[in-house]
Write a protein that binds this ligand. Structure first.
Ligand code: PLP
Length: 397
């Protein structure tokens, strides 16, 4: 054999008795079959065998099992980002003529996908007020196929009555004669904030729990990934086949990064929760601050739902300043922060902030100053973060 051939057909076999604490990282586009018969027989759909990297590897199957466990579900498919996971749910479940309902305060890029892509395919989207279950009930029609839920609202952090919203959909299914059958209107929760830790999504009665693994499960601010978890086998199959046809595979090195984050996810969640509550409460005492949005604060919208339906809160809080504070001053405040860095995403080690123009993001009314600053609290010492906020507040003096 010539050298290139010898270097390609290597003799390596994984050691039979090598066991480490970390799951192995198995990479593949190609998977080698021993015989043609094996090639024809193997089925990847039930994860009993491997056929091609896009259809799963030991590394991605392990991560899928771990995320299903985190969420209290049975099945999981991974997508290359949280946004890809949202788009996968929409594309798997909706056809021309169908209608989907989206909370008005939902994650913005998911709304943009409905507005720019789904609409062009003849799929109608309607926004509802998630703080008013009667508003959701009034917007469900014969054509409604999917209701997105998000807890709490992106950026503005209103905490909805998830149980009441799920009950509205259950009653609509009964009224429209769908019952629990395959024609029923499905509920899909964006559970990125809860992460499987603040509350159990399937105990709340949702059909699908989607999560940006980019946030808590990774925890590193260095990888993008999404997950779609279900308990229903038939529903999982629909998602899985669309996932395969779209080619939404994830790489083994990225899956490994998320697997490394999982052992510490609950500790990080609670540590960041504690720091966030301390900083949100402190900000609420500052004279320049008009409102602080965080579900554990008694005057934050939906606080009573959070108190009854959740055990914890994530690392986010948002602030609106007094009316005399100008938008330029708010931007100067953000520029002056040293430990809170300017950047998107959250749940990583570094604290972040983003100024938003809220009225431009929604159709629901917004009775506060338009400029809002959303803070994502990282893993730094809380005293250092408080001092950083205090020095930056001087920009408003
Ligand atoms: C970040 C985020 C997403 C999207 O995740 P990416 O991996 O960044 O695409 C979806 N929903 C919520 C609530 C998020 O915060």
């Amino acid at each position: 054999m010539s050298l290139p051939t010898e270097l390609i057909h290597h003799p390596y076999r994984p050691p039979a008795e090598f066991e480490s604490a970390a799951p192995g990282v198995h990479k593949a586009s190609t998977v080698i079959f021993p015989t043609v018969a094996a090639m024809r027989q193997r089925d990847w759909k039930d994860k009993s065998a491997y056929t091609y990297g896009l259809h799963g590897t030991p590394t991605t199957f392990t991560l899928e099992e771990r995320i299903a466990t985190l969420e209290g579900g049975r099945h999981c498919v991974l997508a290359p980002s949280g946004l890809a996971a949202i788009a996968l749910v929409d594309m798997a479940l909706l056809r021309a003529g169908d209608e989907l309902l989206i909370p008005d305060n939902a994650y913005g890029p998911g709304k943009a996908f409905a507005e720019a892509e789904l609409a062009a395919w003849g799929i109608r989207h309607v926004y509802y007020d998630p703080m008013n279950p009667a508003d959701l009930a009034a917007r469900i029609h014969e054509q409604t196929r999917l209701v997105w839920l998000e807890v709490p609202g992106s950026v503005t952090l209103e905490y909805p009555d998830l149980a009441a919203l799920v009950e509205v959909v259950r009653q609509a299914n009964a009224r429209l004669g769908h019952g629990q059958g395959p024609q029923r209107i499905l509920t899909a929760l964006d559970n990125t904030w809860g992460a499987g830790i603040a509350f159990a999504p399937f105990e709340a009665g949702v059909d699908i729990s989607m999560q940006a693994l980019t946030k808590y499960p990774s925890g590193g601010a260095d990888v993008l990934m999404g997950a779609v978890v279900t308990r229903d086998e038939a529903l999982h199959r629909r998602l899985l086949l669309t996932h395969m046809r779209l080619g939404l595979g994830v790489g083994a090195n990225d899956a490994e990064l998320v697997l490394r984050g999982l052992p510490s996810v609950e500790l990080r969640y609670h540590a960041q929760d504690a720091s966030t509550r301390a900083l949100a409460a402190w900000m609420a005492t500052q004279p320049a601050v008009a409102r602080v949005f965080h579900p554990a604060l008694p005057d934050s919208p939906g606080h009573e739902h959070w108190r009854r339906q959740a055990r914890a809160a994530a690392c986010l809080f948002s602030v609106v300043f007094q009316p005399q504070v100008t938008a330029a001053q708010v931007d100067a405040f953000c520029d002056r922060l040293r430990l809170f860095r300017l950047g998107y995403s959250w749940a990583g080690p570094i604290s972040l902030c983003v100024p938003y123009d809220v009225p431009a993001m929604r159709t629901m009314s917004w009775p506060h100053a338009p400029r809002l600053v959303r803070f994502a609290v990282g893993l730094e010492a809380v005293e250092d973060l408080r001092a950083d906020l205090a020095q930056a507040l001087q920009a408003l003096a």
